[in-house]
Design a protein around this ligand. Structure first.
Ligand code: ADP
Ligand code: TRP
Length: 335
C-alpha cells in the first residue's frame, strides 16, 4: 500500500490522537474508535498514539510503552484497518517534533499560557513540565503535518484546534502559504460518555478509582457490576433529561450509541432503572466482548502488532515529508 498523495482528498482527511496515559474505555470506543473504524473507508484517516503527549505530566516509562502497545492492539481489535488507516506512535515520526519546533517560532508565550487546559492542569501540580505548556503547539504540529482541514474533537479540545488554526494562518502570512487552515468539528451526540459514578464528569482514563469507568479490558462481570452500580437519582420513571437527571441520561446515551438509536426514544421503552441498566449491560457486553476476543488473539503476537506500527510509521514519514520540507524552506532553513 503506498502513502496517499499529499493533497488528494485532504479536505476529508481525519486525524485522531489517543494518549497512552492509561487504559482505553467505553467513552474512547463510542466517541472515537468506533467512528474512526466506521469512516476509514470513506476518509483518509490518521490515528496516532500520542506517546509524546503522555509525557507532559509525570509518567512511568514502562507503562507508557505498555499502554501504547495495548491501545494500538485495541484499535486493531475494534476494527481499525492498518491497510487503509495510518496507525503509528507519534514518536516514531520525528516530523511531529520537527514541525513542533518550527511552530514554536510563531507562537507567543502568552498565547500558550492562556490555554484553559494548561491553566487547569498546571494549577493541580507542584512541578509543571515545560512540555505541558507547549503541548498545544505539538498538537498543532500533529494536525498541520497531515494537512488536516477538519479535526473531530470533543469540545474540551476546541481551544487547541483554534490555536492550530491561528498558527497556520500566522505561518502562512509570514512565510508564505504552507498549511491548510484547520477547523474543529464535533461528532454527533453520545460523543461525551460520562463517568458512571459521577455523571457530571467525563468518563476518563485517569478518573479516581475507575469505579465509574468502563474499561475495554475489564472482565465482563466487572463491567456488569459497574453498570448496575451506576449513579442515577431518586426518581423512578425513565426520562431523558441530561440537565436534571444526568446519570439516567448517560445510561440512555450509552445504550443509544450502542444501538444506533436516539436516547429520548429509548427512554419510552423502560419502566424502571433496573431494566434500563440490564439493557445497558447487554449492549455494552455485546459491543465489548468481541473486541476483547480479538484483543486476546492479537496480543498473542505482540511482535506482529509492533511490526504493523513500524510499517505505519514508515508510511507516515513518507506521507509527511513534503510538508515538513515546505515548512523548513518557507521559514528560512537550508535544504
Ligand atoms: P481521555 O480523556 O480518556 O484521556 P483521550 O484524551 O486520549 O482520552 O482521547 C482520545 C479520544 O477519545 C478523543 O477523540 C476523545 O474525544 C475521545 N474521548 C475521550 N473520553 C471520551 C468520553 N468520555 N466520551 C466520548 N469520547 C471520549
Ligand atoms: N489532545 C487530544 C486529546 O486530549 C489528543 C490529540 C493530540 C489530538 N493531538 C491531536 C487530537 C491531534 C486530534 C488531533 O483528546
Amino acid at each position: 500500500m503506498t502513502a496517499p498523495a499529499l493533497d488528494a482528498r485532504s479536505r476529508l482527511r481525519r486525524i485522531t490522537g489517543l494518549t497512552p496515559s492509561g487504559h482505553l474505555h467505553v467513552g474512547n470506543l463510542l466517541g472515537a474508535m468506533a467512528p474512526i473504524a466506521a469512516g476509514q473507508y470513506d476518509h483518509d484517516t490518521v490515528v496516532f498514539l500520542a506517546d509524546l503527549h503522555a509525557m507532559t505530566v509525570r509518567h512511568d516509562p514502562a507503562r507508557v510503552r505498555a499502554n501504547t502497545l495495548e491501545q494500538a492492539t485495541l484499535l486493531l481489535a475494534a476494527g481499525v484497518d492498518p491497510e487503509v488507516t495510518l496507525l503509528y506512535p507519534q514518536s516514531q515520526v520525528p516530523a511531529h517534533t520537527e514541525l513542533h519546533y518550527l511552530l514554536e517560532c510563531v507562537t507567543g508565550v502568552g498565547e500558550a499560557q492562556r490555554m484553559i487546559q494548561y491553566r487547569e492542569k498546571s494549577a493541580r501540580q507542584r512541578q509543571v513540565r515545560l512540555s505541558l505548556l507547549t503541548y498545544p503547539v505539538l498538537m498543532a504540529a500533529d494536525i498541520l503535518l497531515h494537512r488536516i482541514r477538519e479535526v473531530p474533537v470533543g469540545d474540551d479540545q476546541d481551544q487547541h484546534v483554534e490555536l492550530a488554526r491561528d498558527l497556520a494562518i500566522r505561518f502562512n502570512q509570514r512565510y508564505g502559504d504552507t498549511f491548510p487552515v484547520p477547523v474543529a468539528v464535533h461528532p454527533s451526540a453520545a460523543a461525551r460518555v460520562m463517568d458512571l459514578a459521577d455523571p457530571t464528569s467525563k468518563m476518563s482514563k485517569s478518573a479516581g478509582s475507575g469505579a465509574g469507568t468502563l474499561f475495554l479490558l475489564d472482565p465482563p462481570d466487572v463491567l456488569r457490576r459497574k453498570v448496575l452500580r451506576a449513579v442515577t437519582d431518586s426518581g423512578t420513571t425513565v426520562a431523558y433529561d441530561p440537565v436534571h437527571r444526568p446519570g439516567v441520561a448517560n445510561l440512555l446515551e450509552i445504550l443509544a450509541a450502542c444501538a444506533g438509536r436516539s436516547p429520548a426514544d429509548l427512554a419510552t421503552e423502560f419502566d424502571s432503572y433496573g431494566r434500563l441498566k440490564a439493557a445497558v449491560v447487554d449492549a455494552v457486553l455485546a459491543r465489548v466482548t468481541p473486541i476483547q476476543a480479538r484483543y486476546a488473539e492479537l496480543s498473542r503476537d505482540p511482535a506482529h502488532v509492533h511490526g504493523l506500527l513500524r510499517a505505519g510509521a514508515e508510511r507516515a514519514r513518507a506521507a509527511t515529508a513534503d510538508t515538513v520540507r515546505a515548512a523548513r524552506a518557507a521559514i528560512g532553513l537550508l535544504d
